[in-house]
Design a protein around this ligand. Structure first.
Ligand SMILES: Cc1cc2nc3c(=O)[nH]c(=O)nc-3n(C[C@H](O)[C@H](O)[C@H](O)COP(=O)(O)OP(=O)(O)OC[C@H]3O[C@@H](n4cnc5c(N)ncnc54)[C@H](O)[C@@H]3O)c2cc1C
Length: 455
């Protein structure tokens, strides 16, 4: 019987809780949320300016949120279409953001090595696999658009069927895409090791310290308040619960399962020796990794959204979602039809209205925030933290001038429109996949879903 929110957190065993905030205290910077965004920000601030007093307030335990539950892709890619990035930061914005996020994978790897964080880091890149001609045509179009929008040097590489199979033998693979800019990790080990590095750097982390209100210069909890020149919100998928932020980020679900360890004979059949992360080419895609202990962890959207932006995802994963993920696993690897599922879990991530993440700091009030990574936040949270660091320290740098600074998207629609839209988009993607399977031609339904989503 598992007691933590994910298989990854289970693997850490029991972790002693850090003390809760008891009484008031002063700091230079108070960070709300102890996931990757909050912890990377604390780490980068202390590394740059050791004299700063930095306090992190976490409602549960560090890594309780998406950071302790995700697919473990340290991905050099950001959510948001090239068009949406251009709308934020002009013609050069897509390239500036992609270059910065691709470099971030190396940056995270350097800290993992520097701080001796044992998190099963393998920098093997990422493969997207097409299992039909329509999927392959779509991936080719994506690569072509990337070459146009970003330039040849930043675009993903096109693979033929043999090149995919040389990496991982997926049933009926027609071809795919590859990028070297991704590493595989055990995410809970990364977040746990990062929290220890934050403390070694001299910041203080309080757990079981939910912030009930943020004001300029103040973060309030039931146990006491922190007064600080800067208060930075790093609550991502939970932002809808913060006063005044209900419609800023849509809390979107993602669900995962992990198999029992595969026998060596299966690994000999499948290959996957480079531990690349893997995406399938469907609209309702799944994302997978080969874990360090020889399992496959695979995730997908599950029940995408709950009415009223509810953020509680602590109950069991619906049996239907587990069944769907299992079915997708065996569609990729039919020989795994009898493999056991060790655990299922789910979590929430934050989606901005234009699907692009944001980093913001108002120098007048000292209030700041980062998030909206839309399921691509493991590496992006490090880039966001370094951006926030430069903004807090008043440095004019390449990072502080990135197009994601200070341009939050508009709010999401009020209910019931939000529910109808969010659920409708994923229903349409499901139909689009079905249509492509039956008609063997590019679905027109998906375009409608994209238009509703505004992506
Ligand atoms: C199942 C799943 C799979 C994913 N897979 C990937 C992947 O493979 N690669 C990738 O790049 N991204 C992935 N993501 C997204 C990625 O995990 C997130 O973008 C990233 O972890 C966000 O980090 P964060 O620190 O901003 O948010 P979180 O990790 O959610 O942290 C927010 C923290 O704030 C705390 N908090 C909330 N409210 C308060 C409050 N009032 N006071 C104090 N603390 C508060 C929460 O307890 C939580 O610990 C996935 C997400 C999910 C759910």
């Amino acid at each position: 019987m598992s007691t933590t929110p994910s298989f990854w957190l289970d693997q850490l065993g029991s972790r002693p809780s850090r003390p809760a905030l008891a009484g008031d205290r002063e700091a230079d910077v108070c960070i709300v949320g102890g996931g990757f965004t909050g912890l990377w920000t604390a780490y980068e601030l202390k590394r740059a300016e050791p004299s700063l007093v930095v306090v992190v307030l976490e409602a549960h335990q560090v890594g309780f949120g998406a950071s302790g539950r995700n697919g473990g892709w340290v991905l050099g890619k950001l959510s948001g279409s090239a068009e949406a990035w251009r709308a934020r930061g002009g013609p050069g914005a897509p390239r500036a953001m992609v270059r910065a996020i691709q470099q971030t994978v190396e940056e995270v790897g350097a800290v993992v090595a520097l701080e001796n964080i044992e998190c099963d880091w393998t920098h093997g890149g990422t493969v997207t696999v097409a299992q039909s001609d329509t999927q392959l045509a779509r991936l080719h179009a994506q690569a072509e658009a990337e070459r146009r929008d970003l330039g040849e040097d930043l675009a993903w590489e096109v693979l033929d069927a043999d090149q995919v199979s040389a990496r991982v033998r997926v049933a009926g693979a027609k071809g795919g895409l590859y990028s070297p800019h991704c590493a595989r990790v055990q995410p809970a080990r990364l977040v746990d090791g990062l929290a220890a590095a934050v403390e070694r750097a001299g910041a203080t982390i309080y757990e079981q310290s939910a912030v009930t209100r943020i004001e300029p210069g103040l973060a309030m909890t039931r146990g006491g308040d922190v007064r600080a020149r800067y208060v930075l919100r790093a609550t991502e998928g939970y932002t809808a619960d913060m006063p005044g932020e209900h419609r800023a980020l849509l809390p979107m679900n993602s669900s995962m399962i992990v198999t029992e360890p595969l026998p060596d004979s299966e690994w000999a059949r499948i290959g996957w020796d480079g531990a690349e992360t893997m995406l399938d080419g469907s609209y309702l895609y799944t994302y997978s990794q080969r874990t360090a202990d020889g399992r496959i962890a695979i995730g997908g959207r599950g029940v995408p959204y709950r009415f009223g932006s509810r953020t509680d995802r602590e109950g069991p994963v619906p049996a239907r979602t587990i069944g769907e993920l299992r079915a997708r696993l065996t569609a990729l690897f039919p020989s795994l039809v009898d493999i056991g599922v060790a655990r299922g879990w789910h979590g929430i991530l934050g989606v901005a209205r234009d699907w692009c993440p944001t980093v913001a700091l108002d120098p007048a009030t000292g209030l700041g925030a980062a998030g909206g990574y839309t399921g691509e936040g493991v590496a992006a949270s490090n880039l966001a933290a370094r951006t926030l660091r430069d903004l807090v320290l008043g440095r004019d740098t390449d990072l502080s001038r990135l197009p994601w600074v200070g341009r939050p998207a508009r709010n999401w629609e009020p209910e019931p429109l939000r529910f109808i839209g969010a659920r409708g988009i994923y229903t349409l993607y499901r139909l689009a996949d079905h249509e492509e399977r039956v008609r063997h031609q590019e679905s027109r339904i998906a375009g409608l879903a994209n238009r509703i989503a505004g992506r």
